[in-house]
Design a protein around this ligand. Structure first.
Ligand code: SAM
Ligand code: SF4
Length: 312
């Protein structure tokens, strides 16, 4: 279905939990976040019911399971197995629990995964995540994903001033050696965040200073711009502040309490969780989804988001 601005909306991001095993400095405050009560978080069966209703309206092309950290939600493989019957199902994860779960996720039908990794240096990883994350752990998860056919893998790296600036070119080379693509993400100012971002243009300039000129490459991806140099090295850039993501946006977001968001940062959510629990008919929900899509904002302003609740 197309929204009021002519964009085809066929991509749903589903946050299955607001809980996380890390405390990334750009996402959550050190002391953690005010968690939803267990009764507010939808059961996996309820999330599935909502995804089915949304799918009937939008004919989804892609479903992304996210969080918080999706792999801290017990048995999220159950949901993957069901939603992957509806549309291609992928996941965004911090990778810490992925090595052990990759076989089960692959059996459930997960096709691809994006893994967050902000540095190649363990001390920086531990400062950023405020937990004991190591490069070795993430490399093991990448290997497990590959061995189980969850492939290709993309790496998400939030570029932060005085944190991982200076190692972007090394990350491009590391990614190339492993056969994965790294996407550099502009930091979005958020509630509880204590990082400072770097603008997209500066990110490209830093990489070009070490690896030579990179040219934009036409790609199917509507979120990341892909860049390639003469040696065939590549990286992606996700620049919500510097670039123009909104005109190409195809997504809606469902939070773990059942709120359907027309945009990461703007517009009024539709409380499908409440509608489901009070017994509203599927037809009524479908009608409400159609009007939400029609009113999707043309542009959002990336400030003050609760990323752990919405899932990025
Ligand atoms: N826990 C999982 C993870 O970290 O991959 C999934 C949820 S996380 C909220 C989804 C994505 O949002 C991650 O790639 C993370 O790097 C990104 N993110 C979180 N806070 C951000 C911020 N302030 N600016 C830009 N990206 C952010
Ligand atoms: Fe957790 Fe992901 Fe937020 Fe880091 S970015 S604190 S891993 S939800």
């Amino acid at each position: 279905m197309k929204d009021g601005k002519g964009r085809r909306i066929d991509y749903l991001r589903v946050s299955v939990t607001d809980r996380c095993n890390l405390r990334c400095i750009y996402c959550m405050p050190e002391e953690g976040i005010p968690l939803l009560a267990h009764s507010q978080v939808l059961k996996l069966e309820e999330i599935l019911q909502l995804v089915e209703v949304i799918h009937r309206v939008l004919h989804l092309r892609k479903i992304r399971i996210t969080g918080g950290e999706p792999l801290v939600r017990k048995n999220c493989e159950w949901l993957v197995e069901r939603v992957s019957q509806l549309a291609e199902t992928v996941m965004t994860t911090n990778g810490v629990l992925l090595a052990d779960r990759a076989p089960g996720l692959a059996r459930a039908g997960l096709s691809r995964v994006n893994i967050s990794l902000d540095s190649l240096r363990d001390e920086v990883l531990q400062n950023v995540t405020r937990r004991n994350v190591t490069l070795r752990m993430i490399e093991k998860s990448i290997g497990a994903a590959r061995a189980n056919g969850i492939w290709p893998v993309k790496i998400n790296c939030v570029v932060q001033k005085r944190v991982n600036q200076g190692e972007l070119a090394s990350m491009v080379k590391w990614a190339m050696d492993l056969g994965v693509t790294v996407r550099f993400i502009e930091h979005m100012p958020m509630e509880g965040s204590c990082s400072e971002g770097v603008e997209g243009g500066e990110i490209i300039a830093e990489i070009e200073a070490s690896l030579g000129r990179f040219e934009p490459v036409p790609s199917e991806n509507r979120t990341a711009e892909l860049y390639r140099n003469a040696q065939g090295m590549e990286f992606g850039l996700i620049a919500p502040l510097w670039g123009d993501l909104c005109s190409r946006c195809t997504r809606l977001r469902l939070t773990c309490e059942g709120k359907l968001l027309p945009c990461l940062v703007s517009g009024d959510p539709l409380d499908l969780g409440v509608m489901l629990r009070q017994g509203d008919s599927p037809a009524l929900m479908e009608e409400a989804i159609v009007s939400l899509v029609k009113s999707k904002p043309a542009k959002g302003r990336c400030e003050g988001v609760k990323m752990w609740r919405i899932g990025g």
